[in-house]
Structures are given as structure tokens and as C-alpha cells.
Design a binder for this molecule. Structure first.
Ligand code: AMP
Length: 591
């Protein structure tokens, strides 16, 4: 074993065009899975780590959660996995049960194109029986907390004699949690010729010592961030859970005075999905990603420049070098996987001396990445609150006033109508204000001008952890439970004809109306106006949806899950699934 450690720092000022996934030497099956997931380009840590690991060399990676480090070690392991072998070939040590489960999920996702790959989470608190029978059947990758792995080794139930790859994930956290001795024992008692990858957000002396002692000629990989962001750009962030993002974005679009906007998402497929949802809500939005042909991309950017288009939903690659003065806002719908991408994204606004605004959505899991961004940009991000329905209404009223003022300025057209209105007032004997109000009703159509603040869910204070449905952490659960004072019922919102549907989740699954609205709106592309009353029963719920929603939308809802349960939406037989025409009967009329 050698104690030499080569240091490889990736400079963010280097040319921005990096390698693609297919340049890295990964197996075809793994590449196919990445394509399906929709990752466009490797993150900095992936680009540097994957070829090194595939080349068989040990790695020490300085990287935090959110940089894509899981794929950085999982992809090369899967690319070289021998599926026919029965004994575990790879072991990933994680500090917590939650992280172990996330890593397992990631492995399974990346292995979706491979047959018969078994990944087993092993953590304390779970019954041994499950773990033992899986181990007996044969697993390829074990992901576990050091304590429970040690227990299995002591009992002789985990055979690591054929181990080829050992990953220490969040090594600094493992040491903080008192696992140093276990980690060292595992490093020492596993085959000498295994390859080791150690990832850590920090490099305390103890980790440096461990890597010198147990790793062999490791390449040290650090991602150095670029540190310049425009002083003209204000930077804010909003704490949101994953399912809340669309709703939060909709409110931000309502209250922020923007001219042009770029919304950044992580995957190519998400660009299309989100652009479609925005178009359904009446915004002029288009998607650009590496999949869109260059000529089409240029046309789209041209439309953004000329004002034909206001919103671009983009991936990092597609927005590279984009220079459009009209962009007043950048929204990081998904946080970028590294700080240099953040700097690059934010650089799309505040151009030509104009002021810009950057808003980043941060899920509870990503809190730590936020700190890294602040450190790299040397600017604090201000926390913002989710705009309330009152905020939305204030903006809508102001916009309504502006429209009247603008129309009044069109003197020629106004005078043409003046006589017609005068004639009506005279013959019907109604005040002019009433006629103006009637015309506003005509202009407004079925969509209410103002939202009903009574529909507002209790405001989620942003300093309280929001529940991120993708993580099962108990800390996040508390945030969720605190909200359960929510009304279990929800009144209708619109006067559209409605049809009642039954979904197979209810009070037992602890669902709330807002989760139902969120999930159905997300999956089916429904808008707020498409929802009527929602009743939550012990084992199921009845949801009223606009009768005119398309077959397509309903089809998309079939696979929807809420709190992990398939909702199996179908017309409610009890009410005959009949359209309900009196949705607003008992309610005060809306504007
Ligand atoms: P991690 O740092 O491994 O926890 O990854 C953070 C997030 O980034 C996860 O949601 C990954 O799915 C996502 N991710 C990882 N690599 C990429 C990539 N190359 N492109 C886009 N997203 C990625």
C-alpha cells in the first residue's frame, strides 16, 4: 500500500464543455438507464471520478450530497458487476439508515437496464430475518450502516471474501457518529485487492490518515467552485417539499413582476413536462434541452428575445452561454448539482447592467447544498416565503387596474364603445358602474379573478422543515404531522360541471386535500379550476374533477400514488359519476 495521494482539482474556469456520459467508459446498460432517467451531462464529480474508478484506482472525493456523488460511485460499480456471482461484490458504508435507503434506490434505478441485480440495504432497527434470507439468496451490492454490517460480520452471516468495491459514503459523518473503529475494522478485514472510494464533505486529519493507511495510491478529487455572481442579482430561496414545487412556481409566477424567465430543471424529460404544465396554465413557455436540435434551440431563444415567449424551461447544457437581456428572473426549480452550475445559471440574468432576480427551490434534503452555494458565491441567499393567496390576489387586482388604465388610453376604440354603452345605460336604467362590472364578468369568463383565501392551507413557515416525500426521514415527518390540523374536507372551487371520482386513499393513509390536489395536478396536468369538493373518508376519498378533463389526463392519473399507495382512480359509483352542475350553489359568488 502506498501513501501517495495525487491531488486533482477541477477548475471551474476551464472550458465549460465537459465530457458526455458516453465518453466515460460506462457499460451500455448503465448508459441506457442514465438516458432513461434523463441526466444530460455528468456532474463535475462524476466526470472526474468515473473514469478513475473504471480504471481500477482508489479515489478520495471531496463532495457533498447534491453533487451527484452517488452516481459517481454507483455507475462504475454497476458497469463492472458480475451478475452471475453470488457473494457480495460491492459494499457501501453509509452513516444513516435514510442515506443507505437512498443509495439503494439510486443503485436500483441505475441498474434498471440490467437483469437480476440484487441490492440489499442493511441497517440497525430492521429485523435480521429479512436481511439474512436476502443474503442467503445472494446479493451483489450491500449498502449499510457500519454498526449493523459489523454485527453481520461477527455472526458470520455476511461473507465479504469476494468483495471487489468498498465505498465510504459521507466518511466525515460516519466518524462524527462514532463509527471510526467499525469503519477501520471493515477496511482492514476485507480483501486487500479491493478498490476503495472514500467520499467526504470535509477532510479532517482522521480521514486523511485513514485514506493514507487503507487506500492504495488514491487520486484525490476536489471540485473547486467559481465564485463570481452578479451584484445586480438578488438571490432568494424557498423551502419546498418536492410535490409542492409546481404549486409554489405557479404562485411565484403570479406575484413576481417578470419579463423573461429561465426555469432550470435537472432532467431533459422534466423540461418538457414542466413547460407543458405552464402552457396549460396560460403562460408562453417552451422547453430547451440537449435533445432539442440546435436550429430549434436558436429559434426558441429568438422568440424569448423578441418577447413572443416569456419562459424557458431549460437544463444546464441548453442554457449554456445564453445571453438575453430580457431575462429578469432565474428560477432553480431543481438546485444544480454543483456550485459552478449555480453561478452559471444565475449569470443568465442581471445582464447588461440590468437588475435580476434568482429564486432557488430547496428541499429539506438539500439544505446543506444551500450552504455550499452561499460559500462559493460569497453572497447570502435570503429566505423567501411562499406567496399567500392574499398576495396573489393583491397582484391580480393591481394587474386588473393596469389593464383598465391601458384600455382607457386607447382613445379611438374607447370612443367607439362609449356610445354603445351610453345607449345601454339610457335604455336599461342601470348605473354605469354596473355595466362596467358586467363587462368585466364577460371579459373574465369562467376563471375567477380572485382566489378564495379561505382555501389557503395553513401557511407553512419556511423555517420549519417541509416534508420531502422522497425521503422517509423521521425529522421530516414531524413537519408533515404538524400540518395535519388541515381541514380534511375541501369545498368546491369553481362553477364548472363536476364529476365525482373515488380514489383508494383516505384518512387511514393520513392524506390531506392538498396532497390529493398536488398529486393529481402534477400527474395529470390539471389546474386548480379542475378541482371541486374533496371528501376524505376512512379508507377512500371522493374527489370532484371537472367533467371536461380529457381522457388523456385521466389515463395519466392511473399510476398516481399518494403516500406510496396506488390511488386507482375511477368514477364514483355511489354518485353515478354524474356531472354535478351546482358546485357553487351554497357559496358566495366569486368574481
Ligand atoms: P447526490 O449528490 O448523489 O445525492 O445527487 C443529488 C441529485 O442529483 C439526485 O437527485 C440525483 O438524481 C441528481 N443527479 C445526479 N447526477 C446527475 C446528473 N448528471 N444530471 C442531473 N442530475 C443528477
Amino acid at each position: 500500500m502506498s501513501d501517495t495521494t495525487e491531488n486533482d482539482t477541477i477548475d471551474a474556469d476551464a472550458p465549460e464543455i465537459g465530457p458526455t456520459f458516453s465518453d466515460l467508459g460506462l457499460s451500455d446498460q448503465v448508459l441506457k438507464a442514465i438516458k432513461e432517467i434523463g441526466y444530460e451531462t455528468p456532474s463535475a464529480i462524476q466526470a472526474a471520478t468515473i473514469p478513475t474508478l473504471l480504471g481500477g484506482r482508489d479515489v478520495v472525493g471531496l463532495a457533498q450530497t447534491g453533487t451527484g456523488k452517488t452516481a459517481a460511485f454507483a455507475l462504475p460499480i454497476l458497469s463492472r458487476l458480475d451478475v452471475s456471482a453470488k457473494k457480495p461484490q460491492a459494499l457501501v458504508l453509509s452513516p444513516t439508515r435514510e442515506l443507505a435507503l437512498q443509495v439503494c434506490e439510486a443503485f436500483e434505478q441505475f441498474a434498471s437496464g440490467m437483469r437480476g441485480v440484487h441490492v440489499l440495504p442493511v441497517y440497525g432497527g430492521q429485523a435480521y430475518g429479512v436481511q439474512l434470507s436476502a443474503l442467503r439468496r445472494g446479493v451483489h451490492v450491500v449498502v449499510g450502516t457500519p454498526g449493523r454490517i459489523m454485527d453481520h460480520l461477527a455472526k458470520g452471516t455476511l461473507d465479504l471474501s469476494e468483495l471487489k468495491y468498498l465505498v465510504l459514503d459521507e466518511a466525515d459523518e460516519m466518524l462524527k457518529m462514532g463509527f471510526a473503529e467499525d469503519v477501520e475494522t471493515i477496511l482492514a478485514d476485507t480483501p486487500d485487492d479491493k478498490q476503495v472510494a472514500l467520499f467526504s464533505a470535509t477532510m479532517p486529519p482522521q480521514i486523511r490518515r485513514i485514506s493514507k493507511q487503507y487506500l492504495n495510491d488514491a487520486e484525490e478529487i476536489t471540485v473547486k467552485a467559481k465564485t463570481t455572481t452578479s451584484v445586480n442579482t438578488t438571490q432568494r430561496y424557498l423551502m419546498v417539499s418536492y410535490p409542492q414545487k409546481v404549486d409554489a412556481l405557479t404562485r411565484i409566477l403570479e406575484v413576481e413582476a417578470f419579463e423573461g424567465m429561465i426555469i432550470f430543471v435537472r432532467t431533459k424529460s422534466e423540461t418538457e413536462t414542466l413547460a407543458e404544465k405552464l402552457r396549460a396554465r396560460g403562460y408562453t413557455a417552451a422547453a430547451i434541452s440537449g435533445d432539442v436540435a440546435q436550429a430549434q434551440r436558436e429559434r426558441t431563444v429568438g422568440q424569448l428575445k423578441s418577447g413572443k415567449l416569456d419562459i424557458l424551461v431549460a437544463t444546464d447544457v441548453a442554457a449554456r452561454g445564453l445571453d438575453v437581456d430580457r431575462i429578469t428572473h432565474v428560477v432553480n426549480y431543481d438546485l444544480p448539482i454543483d456550485t459552478e452550475s449555480y453561478v452559471h445559471r444565475i449569470g443568465r440574468t442581471g445582464r447588461a447592467g440590468r437588475s435580476g432576480a434568482a429564486i432557488s427551490f430547496v428541499t429539506p434534503r438539500e439544505r446543506r447544498l444551500l450552504g455550499a452555494i452561499e460559500k462559493a458565491t460569497r453572497q447570502p441567499l435570503t429566505q423567501m416565503q411562499l406567496p399567500t393567496l392574499e398576495d396573489v390576489n393583491v397582484t391580480r387586482l393591481a394587474r386588473f387596474d393596469d389593464q383598465i388604465t391601458e384600455a382607457l388610453a386607447q382613445e379611438a376604440r374607447i370612443s367607439a364603445f362609449r356610445d354603445i354603452i351610453g345607449h345601454y345605460v339610457e335604455h336599461h336604467d342601470v348605473p354605469e358602474a354596473d355595466v362596467a362590472a358586467a363587462l368585466a364578468v364577460v371579459a373574465q369568463g369562467e376563471t375567477p379573478l380572485l382566489l378564495d383565501p379561505a382555501d389557503e392551507r395553513p401557511a407553512r413557515r419556511d423555517d420549519r422543515p417541509a416534508r420531502d416525500d422522497r425521503s422517509s426521514g423521521s425529522r421530516d415527518d414531524r413537519g408533515g404531522r404538524a400540518d395535519r390540523g388541515d381541514r380534511a374536507e375541501r369545498g368546491p372551487r369553481t362553477s364548472k360541471p363536476m364529476t365525482a371520482y373515488r380514489i383508494e386513499v383516505g384518512r387511514r393513509q393520513r392524506v390531506e386535500p392538498r396532497q390529493i390536489v398536488g398529486a393529481l395536478a402534477n400527474e395529470g396536468g390539471l389546474s386548480r379550476d379542475d378541482f371541486g369538493a374533496i371528501q376524505i373518508r376512512p379508507d377512500f376519498s371522493i374527489v370532484e374533477l371537472a367533467s371536461d378533463i380529457s381522457r388523456d389526463m385521466l389515463d395519466r392519473l392511473v399510476d398516481t400514488r399518494i403516500s406510496g399507495t396506488l390511488i386507482e382512480i375511477k368514477p364514483d359509483r355511489r354518485s353515478g359519476g354524474a356531472p354535478r352542475r351546482d358546485a357553487d350553489r351554497d357559496r358566495k359568488p366569486r368574481y
